[in-house]
Design a protein around this ligand. Structure first.
Ligand code: CA
Length: 241
Protein backbone atom coordinates (compact mmCIF):
# COMPACT_ATOMS: atom_id res chain seq x y z
CA UNK A 1 0.00 0.00 0.00
CA UNK A 2 1.18 3.47 -0.76
CA UNK A 3 2.75 5.66 1.87
CA UNK A 4 0.86 8.89 2.37
CA UNK A 5 2.23 12.07 3.90
CA UNK A 6 -0.32 14.46 5.42
CA UNK A 7 0.90 18.01 6.11
CA UNK A 8 -1.89 19.77 7.97
CA UNK A 9 -1.80 21.98 11.07
CA UNK A 10 -5.50 21.70 11.87
CA UNK A 11 -5.88 18.99 14.57
CA UNK A 12 -9.43 18.01 13.65
CA UNK A 13 -8.76 17.66 9.93
CA UNK A 14 -5.36 16.03 10.43
CA UNK A 15 -6.69 13.45 12.89
CA UNK A 16 -9.69 12.66 10.68
CA UNK A 17 -7.47 12.15 7.63
CA UNK A 18 -4.91 10.10 9.54
CA UNK A 19 -7.47 7.69 11.00
CA UNK A 20 -9.45 7.30 7.77
CA UNK A 21 -6.28 6.65 5.73
CA UNK A 22 -4.98 4.12 8.32
CA UNK A 23 -8.37 2.39 8.28
CA UNK A 24 -8.05 2.10 4.50
CA UNK A 25 -4.71 0.34 4.92
CA UNK A 26 -2.33 3.14 3.95
CA UNK A 27 0.87 3.89 5.82
CA UNK A 28 0.39 7.44 7.08
CA UNK A 29 2.68 10.09 8.44
CA UNK A 30 0.92 13.22 9.73
CA UNK A 31 3.05 16.35 10.09
CA UNK A 32 1.75 19.67 11.42
CA UNK A 33 4.29 22.04 9.87
CA UNK A 34 5.83 22.59 6.47
CA UNK A 35 9.30 22.15 7.94
CA UNK A 36 8.62 18.76 9.53
CA UNK A 37 6.66 17.67 6.45
CA UNK A 38 9.66 18.36 4.21
CA UNK A 39 12.01 16.51 6.59
CA UNK A 40 9.65 13.53 6.53
CA UNK A 41 9.38 13.69 2.73
CA UNK A 42 13.17 13.65 2.38
CA UNK A 43 13.73 10.94 5.01
CA UNK A 44 10.91 8.53 4.28
CA UNK A 45 9.45 9.47 0.91
CA UNK A 46 5.76 9.19 0.05
CA UNK A 47 3.70 8.08 -2.90
CA UNK A 48 1.13 10.75 -2.25
CA UNK A 49 1.10 13.97 -0.23
CA UNK A 50 -1.94 15.82 1.10
CA UNK A 51 -0.68 19.36 1.64
CA UNK A 52 -2.56 22.09 3.45
CA UNK A 53 -1.66 25.46 1.90
CA UNK A 54 -2.26 27.44 5.10
CA UNK A 55 0.61 26.32 7.33
CA UNK A 56 1.93 28.03 10.49
CA UNK A 57 5.62 28.12 9.58
CA UNK A 58 5.97 28.22 5.81
CA UNK A 59 4.10 29.37 2.75
CA UNK A 60 2.25 26.29 1.48
CA UNK A 61 3.11 27.02 -2.15
CA UNK A 62 6.84 27.09 -1.33
CA UNK A 63 6.47 23.80 0.53
CA UNK A 64 4.72 22.40 -2.54
CA UNK A 65 7.60 23.46 -4.77
CA UNK A 66 10.16 21.82 -2.48
CA UNK A 67 8.08 18.65 -2.20
CA UNK A 68 7.93 18.43 -5.97
CA UNK A 69 11.71 18.62 -6.24
CA UNK A 70 12.39 16.02 -3.54
CA UNK A 71 9.51 13.71 -4.53
CA UNK A 72 9.44 14.03 -8.34
CA UNK A 73 7.05 11.14 -8.92
CA UNK A 74 4.71 11.56 -5.93
CA UNK A 75 1.14 12.74 -6.37
CA UNK A 76 0.66 16.05 -4.54
CA UNK A 77 -2.88 17.10 -3.64
CA UNK A 78 -3.22 20.55 -2.09
CA UNK A 79 -5.88 21.24 0.52
CA UNK A 80 -7.06 24.81 0.58
CA UNK A 81 -9.60 26.77 2.54
CA UNK A 82 -8.97 29.68 0.24
CA UNK A 83 -11.63 30.33 -2.33
CA UNK A 84 -9.24 32.31 -4.50
CA UNK A 85 -8.71 30.44 -7.75
CA UNK A 86 -5.32 32.10 -8.16
CA UNK A 87 -4.04 30.27 -5.08
CA UNK A 88 -5.07 26.98 -6.61
CA UNK A 89 -3.40 27.89 -9.90
CA UNK A 90 -0.23 28.98 -8.10
CA UNK A 91 -0.22 25.67 -6.23
CA UNK A 92 -0.70 23.69 -9.43
CA UNK A 93 2.08 25.70 -11.08
CA UNK A 94 4.29 24.87 -8.10
CA UNK A 95 3.93 21.18 -8.93
CA UNK A 96 0.69 20.00 -7.31
CA UNK A 97 -1.37 17.49 -9.29
CA UNK A 98 -4.77 18.23 -7.85
CA UNK A 99 -6.54 20.17 -5.13
CA UNK A 100 -9.42 19.82 -2.71
CA UNK A 101 -11.27 22.80 -1.28
CA UNK A 102 -12.20 22.74 2.41
CA UNK A 103 -14.55 21.71 3.78
CA UNK A 104 -14.41 18.29 2.17
CA UNK A 105 -15.79 14.89 3.09
CA UNK A 106 -13.18 12.32 4.10
CA UNK A 107 -14.90 9.87 1.72
CA UNK A 108 -14.24 12.34 -1.10
CA UNK A 109 -10.55 12.53 -0.18
CA UNK A 110 -10.28 8.73 -0.11
CA UNK A 111 -11.94 8.35 -3.49
CA UNK A 112 -9.66 10.98 -4.99
CA UNK A 113 -6.59 9.25 -3.52
CA UNK A 114 -7.68 5.89 -4.94
CA UNK A 115 -8.13 7.45 -8.39
CA UNK A 116 -4.69 9.09 -8.28
CA UNK A 117 -2.88 6.00 -7.05
CA UNK A 118 -4.62 3.79 -9.60
CA UNK A 119 -3.54 6.17 -12.30
CA UNK A 120 0.06 6.48 -11.14
CA UNK A 121 0.33 2.68 -10.91
CA UNK A 122 -0.90 1.99 -14.40
CA UNK A 123 0.86 2.80 -17.60
CA UNK A 124 -1.55 5.10 -19.39
CA UNK A 125 -2.97 3.70 -22.60
CA UNK A 126 -1.43 5.91 -25.24
CA UNK A 127 -3.49 6.05 -28.39
CA UNK A 128 -1.70 6.18 -31.73
CA UNK A 129 -0.14 9.59 -31.76
CA UNK A 130 2.06 11.41 -34.22
CA UNK A 131 5.54 12.28 -32.94
CA UNK A 132 4.87 15.94 -33.62
CA UNK A 133 1.77 18.12 -33.85
CA UNK A 134 2.16 21.36 -35.77
CA UNK A 135 -0.60 23.98 -35.69
CA UNK A 136 0.56 27.29 -37.10
CA UNK A 137 3.28 28.64 -34.82
CA UNK A 138 2.57 26.00 -32.17
CA UNK A 139 4.79 22.94 -32.35
CA UNK A 140 4.16 20.08 -29.93
CA UNK A 141 6.89 17.46 -29.87
CA UNK A 142 4.83 14.64 -28.39
CA UNK A 143 7.76 12.24 -28.02
CA UNK A 144 9.99 14.62 -26.04
CA UNK A 145 6.98 16.40 -24.48
CA UNK A 146 8.25 19.84 -25.44
CA UNK A 147 6.15 22.68 -26.79
CA UNK A 148 7.42 25.68 -28.75
CA UNK A 149 5.75 28.79 -30.07
CA UNK A 150 7.96 30.21 -32.81
CA UNK A 151 11.07 28.98 -31.00
CA UNK A 152 9.93 30.02 -27.51
CA UNK A 153 9.63 26.95 -25.31
CA UNK A 154 6.56 26.77 -23.08
CA UNK A 155 6.91 25.41 -19.54
CA UNK A 156 3.80 23.28 -19.17
CA UNK A 157 2.84 21.06 -16.29
CA UNK A 158 2.19 17.42 -17.15
CA UNK A 159 -1.59 17.69 -17.18
CA UNK A 160 -1.56 20.97 -19.11
CA UNK A 161 0.55 19.32 -21.78
CA UNK A 162 -1.70 16.24 -21.85
CA UNK A 163 -4.68 18.56 -22.24
CA UNK A 164 -3.03 20.49 -25.07
CA UNK A 165 -2.03 17.27 -26.86
CA UNK A 166 -5.56 15.90 -26.47
CA UNK A 167 -7.12 19.05 -27.94
CA UNK A 168 -4.47 19.39 -30.67
CA UNK A 169 -4.96 15.76 -31.73
CA UNK A 170 -8.56 16.66 -32.61
CA UNK A 171 -7.91 20.28 -33.61
CA UNK A 172 -11.02 21.95 -34.99
CA UNK A 173 -13.25 19.35 -33.31
CA UNK A 174 -15.31 19.92 -30.16
CA UNK A 175 -14.15 17.75 -27.27
CA UNK A 176 -16.58 17.32 -24.38
CA UNK A 177 -15.62 17.99 -20.75
CA UNK A 178 -16.35 14.36 -19.91
CA UNK A 179 -14.08 13.13 -22.70
CA UNK A 180 -11.25 15.42 -21.54
CA UNK A 181 -11.64 14.34 -17.91
CA UNK A 182 -11.58 10.70 -18.85
CA UNK A 183 -8.70 10.94 -21.35
CA UNK A 184 -6.47 13.38 -19.47
CA UNK A 185 -7.29 12.58 -15.84
CA UNK A 186 -8.76 9.20 -15.11
CA UNK A 187 -11.26 6.98 -16.82
CA UNK A 188 -13.00 6.66 -13.46
CA UNK A 189 -12.98 10.38 -12.70
CA UNK A 190 -15.79 11.53 -10.50
CA UNK A 191 -17.29 14.66 -9.11
CA UNK A 192 -16.48 18.14 -10.26
CA UNK A 193 -14.81 19.00 -13.55
CA UNK A 194 -13.62 22.25 -11.97
CA UNK A 195 -10.03 21.04 -12.10
CA UNK A 196 -10.36 21.02 -15.90
CA UNK A 197 -11.27 24.72 -15.91
CA UNK A 198 -8.39 25.55 -13.60
CA UNK A 199 -5.92 23.76 -15.88
CA UNK A 200 -7.47 25.40 -18.92
CA UNK A 201 -7.04 28.86 -17.36
CA UNK A 202 -3.35 28.09 -16.78
CA UNK A 203 -2.90 26.66 -20.27
CA UNK A 204 -4.50 29.70 -21.90
CA UNK A 205 -2.37 32.05 -19.81
CA UNK A 206 0.81 30.21 -20.80
CA UNK A 207 -0.20 30.23 -24.47
CA UNK A 208 -0.77 33.97 -24.39
CA UNK A 209 2.49 34.55 -22.48
CA UNK A 210 4.37 32.52 -25.10
CA UNK A 211 2.62 34.44 -27.89
CA UNK A 212 3.57 37.77 -26.29
CA UNK A 213 7.20 36.65 -26.13
CA UNK A 214 7.25 35.22 -29.63
CA UNK A 215 5.97 38.37 -31.34
CA UNK A 216 2.92 39.50 -33.24
CA UNK A 217 3.40 37.31 -36.28
CA UNK A 218 3.71 34.12 -34.22
CA UNK A 219 0.80 35.23 -32.03
CA UNK A 220 -1.44 35.61 -35.08
CA UNK A 221 -0.52 32.10 -36.22
CA UNK A 222 -1.34 30.50 -32.87
CA UNK A 223 -4.35 28.20 -32.46
CA UNK A 224 -7.02 29.44 -30.03
CA UNK A 225 -8.81 27.54 -27.29
CA UNK A 226 -12.56 28.08 -27.67
CA UNK A 227 -14.90 27.43 -24.76
CA UNK A 228 -18.10 25.68 -25.78
CA UNK A 229 -20.62 26.47 -23.10
CA UNK A 230 -22.35 23.41 -21.72
CA UNK A 231 -20.14 21.10 -23.75
CA UNK A 232 -16.38 21.46 -23.58
CA UNK A 233 -13.51 22.94 -25.54
CA UNK A 234 -12.16 23.10 -29.05
CA UNK A 235 -8.69 24.02 -30.25
CA UNK A 236 -9.15 26.13 -33.36
CA UNK A 237 -6.31 26.11 -35.86
CA UNK A 238 -5.09 29.57 -36.81
CA UNK A 239 -6.86 31.22 -39.75
CA UNK A 240 -5.62 30.07 -43.15
CA UNK A 241 -4.40 26.70 -41.89
CA1 CA B 1 -4.10 25.29 7.97
Amino acid sequence: MARILVIEDDDTIGAALESALRASGYQVSWQRTGGSGLVEARDSGAGLVLLDLGLPDRDGVDVCRELRSCLPTAVIVILTARQDEMDVITGLDAGADDYLTKPFKVSEVLARIRAHLRRSNTVPAVPEQPAELVLGSLIIDVASRRVHVAGVEMALRARELDLLIRLATDAGTAVSRERLMSDVWDENWFGSTKTLDVHMVALRRKLSDAAAQAGAEAAAALPAVTTLRGHGYRLDPPPGL
